[in-house]
Design a protein around this ligand. Structure first.
Ligand SMILES: [Zn+2]
Length: 81
């Protein structure tokens, strides 16, 4: 996988729309390509901020559902405060 494909796939990766094999291919590319890995980390951080800011005044259950929908936590994981 080259950088261009990795960039295109990162959003799908974050949205949980990729198969296990495609996710592995991206993970492998990110391991070998610091610039892509940096961009990827930024996207994750951005989503964490969105979730924490948007979830301040909503019930914990909804907060958890948003975090799960964004792929930040697994369904059986506790919600990060
Ligand atoms: Zn790359």
């Amino acid at each position: 996988m080259d950088c261009e494909h990795a960039h295109l796939r990162v959003y799908e990766y974050l949205d949980g729309e990729l198969t296990v094999w495609k996710r592995r291919a991206i993970t492998r590319h990110l391991d070998d390509c610091p610039p892509c890995a940096q961009g990827f980390t930024f996207e994750i951080d951005l989503r964490r901020v969105i979730v924490s800011k948007c979830a301040e005044d909503v019930p914990a259950e909804l907060k958890a559902r948003i975090a799960i929908a964004l792929g930040i936590i697994e369904a059986d994981e506790p919600v990060p405060e």
